[in-house]
Structure formats: structure tokens, C-alpha cells
Write a protein that binds this ligand. Structure first.
Ligand SMILES: [Zn+2]
Length: 457
């Protein structure tokens, strides 16, 4: 290979020259001039795709939100007939007002997200952050880490005002917030610390694999992510969650006896029932299951224990056992691993295309790798398009809830679960009259009316 060829190669990767080409492309697009490569310019196409996709995304979300507002407001005046004897008008209207308040806040959230994404991409925010970091950091793993961390911190900071409004505005006004500003701040810093300790090594590993893993780096990165995820799931109940909440073994003897009898009937080994001090932060109540294998456990919020009778608690537990019986955690993990693999494979291809960067408002790095840029762009842009698939995952989740309800019905009287659910929906001020289309996109749990109707059937 002669010196001349090397010089030519160096010229191809000359930063200013590439920047010049991009500017030329942008200028052409401004003038509406003839497209370049084979009829269309892929970079310009991607810019258009993002613009159109984002517009559709925002329009769809705002439309769904407006539908929900209209539907809930128009049913606010009277309790639905089926609940006329069980739900008071005051409770019904509180649920409506709470839903409307959340929807109003969600509107701003939708708009803010879109503006922030535009700011990062087409308006050049990510490019500016990258150039600024390169101004005092050498290209390399550390600079790439700093870029991703900077992106996440700035995004988190921009989202803070709305999160504060949510907790100390809406939740406070409806009597749900029990978080003090001090606890809120300590949660924030603890979250950052846990995120740094657990997330930074993984991020460094993935960026490193992207750089050294060759054409199939995404397969290595996927394996690393899967192992990491399993590790996190294994340590979450014992290590991470106790950092934020107190978990005490269920002590109520009468309830414990019920619970153990149910476990025996259902063929589960009775261990791992915990009460969580959820009342420290919020008056909302819930129960959930977590972990797998030996770390499998069922967690009740202390607020739930105060609200439900022992028979109702047993029914709620039977529902959670239904999730175990149907292997919902395993299925969820399988789907999540498969979509991660597909996403990484797509990213593996996109990261090699110059138009992927330029089309989203970023200049790829000329010396050093652009993998952090690709990762951030991908994480930012994918949700714009994946939201259109939200009805699929919400539907799968709602089907699983029905399965768990059916299982509970086979183990405990259906009337107990029905009254427990009604109390739960009531105490959490969940509206009984959501917009059906809004439900299809957003609801991971079926609305009360559908669950109760199935139980009666
Ligand atoms: Zn469930």
C-alpha cells in the first residue's frame, strides 16, 4: 500500500471535510435541491423520519390524553350503575379529579420530552455536549462514559420540575404524598449513587465491548446485559430495595396461618412474605412479587394490611401466586431479553452508518469511536417509534393479570378478591371510567370494571 493511498484515507476521515459535506447536504435540503445518492439521501431521510415520527408520537399521546380527560370528565357526575351501592359519589369524583390532574401534568411531560429530544438531536445538543467534552478530554472510553452520563444527568435534571410537581403538587393535593422534602432529596441522591455503583461498570463494559468486540459486539454486549440483569434481579430484594424501604417478615399470626394454608394448597413452599413500609412515601397501596429461584418473595405494602381484611389479603396473595404459577416473571424476562437482542443488533448496524449520526444532528467522531454517540441517539430515538407498539405489551400484561385473577379465583372465594380489588381501586383513586383506547395503550392492569366482570362470570 503506497503512501498516496494512506494520505487519501486520511483525507476521507478529515473532520472538517466531512462536516463540510454535511453542511452541503443540509444546505441542499434547505434549498430543496436535487437529492444526492441514488435518488435520496439517507441522512436527510432519517431527519425526516424522526421529525414525522416525533410529530405523530406527540400527536397520538396528546390525543389519547385528551380522550381520557373527556371520558373521565363526562362520567364524573354519577357513579356507574354497577358500583352505585359500593362506591360513594365523593370517592368517585375524587378518582375523576385525581385522574384529570394527572392527565394535565402528563400533557406537559409529553411536550417536554419531545422538546428535549429535539434539543439533543436535530438542534445539536448532543453534538455540542460531545464537542465540549472533547475540548478537555482525550477521545477514549472515559470521554464516552462522560458523554452518556452527561446525557442522563441533564435529562434527569430537566425532568425534575415535573417530578416535583407530581409528588408535591398532585399527590399532595389528593392526600397521597407522605414524602418529606428531605426524604425526597435523600431518595434522589441514593438513587444516583446506586445508579452509579451498579450502572457505570455495566456501561463501561458495554462501551468497551462495542469498541473491541468487532462486528458481533452486540452479541457480547447482549450476553453481558443478560448476566447483569439476572444478577440485579437476584440482589434486588436483599440488597437494593432495602436501601429505600424497610422489609419486615409478615408477623400477623392469624394472617400468617391463612397465608401458609393457602401456600400449601397451592403447592408453594412458604417463605418470603414481607411487609414494606410504603406508607413512608405514599398512601397508595399495592402488593407485588419479585425475584426468582431462592430470592422469590411476595411483598405487601403496610398500607394494604391496614385496608384489607385477612380474607381479602389471602385473595390478593393468591393473585400474586397466580403470577408465579403461570411463570409470568420468566416470560417477561424472555420477552425483554429477546427485544434487547433485537435492539442491540439494530444498533450494531446503525452505529456503522454515517447517516445515522448526521441524520440525527450529530457529527461522528473522526478520531476515537462514536459508539457512545450511537448508544445515546438510539436510546433517545427508539421510544419515539416503540410507543406505537405499546398496545402490544400492555395487552400482554393485562392478559397476565386476568390469568392471575383466574388462578386466585380457583384458590380463594372470588368475592374476596373482588372486594379487595374494589378497595384497592378506591384507595388509590383509580378511575372506574377510563377511556377504552387510553386503556389499550397505557394500562398494564385491566380497569376494575373488566376485572370484576370476569370474576362474576
Ligand atoms: Zn397482578
Amino acid at each position: 500500500m503506497g503512501v498516496g493511498v494512506l494520505a487519501a484515507e486520511a483525507a476521507v476521515f478529515d473532520r472538517d471535510q466531512v462536516r463540510g459535506k454535511v453542511i452541503a447536504v443540509r444546505d441542499r435540503s434547505c434549498r430543496g435541491g436535487p437529492p444526492t445518492i441514488r435518488g435520496m439521501n439517507p441522512s436527510l431521510n432519517l431527519t425526516l423520519l424522526l421529525a414525522v415520527g416525533l410529530l405523530a408520537h406527540v400527536a397520538l399521546k396528546l390525543w389519547l390524553n385528551a380522550r381520557q380527560v373527556r371520558h373521565v370528565a363526562s362520567h364524573r357526575a354519577a357513579v356507574p350503575e354497577a358500583y352505585a351501592h359500593t362506591i360513594s359519589l365523593a370517592d368517585h369524583q375524587k378518582a375523576a379529579d385525581y385522574t384529570l390532574a394527572k392527565a394535565r401534568l402528563a400533557q406537559w411531560d409529553i411536550l417536554l420530552d419531545a422538546v428535549v429530544l429535539l434539543g439533543w438531536t436535530l438542534l445539536g445538543g448532543l453534538d455540542a455536549l460531545n464537542q465540549w467534552l472533547l475540548g478537555f478530554m482525550a477521545p477514549g472510553l472515559l470521554q464516552q462514559l462522560a458523554l452518556v452520563v452527561g446525557f442522563m444527568l441533564i435529562g434527569g435534571l430537566l425532568g425534575l420540575p415535573l417530578s416535583l410537581l407530581q409528588t408535591f403538587g398532585v399527590e399532595q393535593r389528593f392526600g397521597f404524598n407522605k414524602t418529606s422534602p428531605a426524604l425526597w432529596l435523600s431518595d434522589l441522591f441514593k438513587g444516583l449513587l446506586v445508579g452509579a455503583v451498579l450502572g457505570l461498570p455495566l456501561l463501561a463494559l458495554v462501551l468497551w465491548l462495542m469498541d473491541v468486540g468487532g462486528a458481533i459486539w452486540w452479541l457480547w454486549a447482549w450476553a453481558a446485559l443478560v448476566v447483569w440483569q439476572l444478577f440485579l434481579m437476584a440482589i434486588a430484594p436483599n440488597v437494593i430495595m432495602p436501601l429505600f424501604n424497610k422489609f419486615t417478615p409478615l408477623e400477623d399470626e392469624a394472617l400468617k396461618a391463612r397465608v401458609q394454608a393457602l401456600m400449601q394448597r397451592a403447592g408453594f413452599r412458604a417463605k418470603g412474605f414481607f411487609v414494606m413500609d410504603g406508607s413512608r412515601r405514599s398512601a397508595h397501596s399495592n402488593a407485588f412479587f419479585t425475584g426468582f429461584g431462592a430470592s422469590k418473595r411476595v411483598v405487601f405494602f403496610d398500607t394494604l394490611l391496614q385496608q384489607l381484611s385477612p380474607a381479602e389479603m389471602e385473595a390478593v396473595l393468591a393473585h400474586e401466586l397466580g403470577h408465579f404459577k403461570h411463570r409470568h416473571i420468566l416470560k417477561m424476562m424472555a420477552v425483554s431479553f429477546a427485544t434487547t437482542l433485537a435492539g442491540l443488533a439494530l444498533l450494531g448496524w446503525l452505529a456503522q452508518q454515517a447517516w445515522f449520526y448526521t441524520g440525527l444532528g450529530v457529527m461522528p467522531n473522526m478520531d476515537g469511536s462514536s459508539h457512545a454517540l450511537a448508544l445515546v441517539l438510539f436510546l433517545g430515538v427508539v421510544p419515539v417509534f416503540s410507543f406505537f407498539l405499546a398496545p402490544l405489551s400492555s395487552w400482554r400484561s393485562r392478559v397476565q393479570e386476568f390469568e392471575a385473577d383466574a388462578y386466585a379465583g380457583s384458590q380463594t372465594p372470588a368475592a374476596d378478591l373482588a372486594s379487595a380489588l374494589l378497595k384497592l381501586y378506591q384507595d388509590n383513586a383509580s378511575t372506574l371510567t377510563p377511556d377504552p383506547l387510553f386503556v389499550k395503550f397505557y394500562y398494564s392492569h385491566p380497569p376494575a370494571s373488566e376485572r370484576l366482570a370476569r370474576m362474576q362470570a
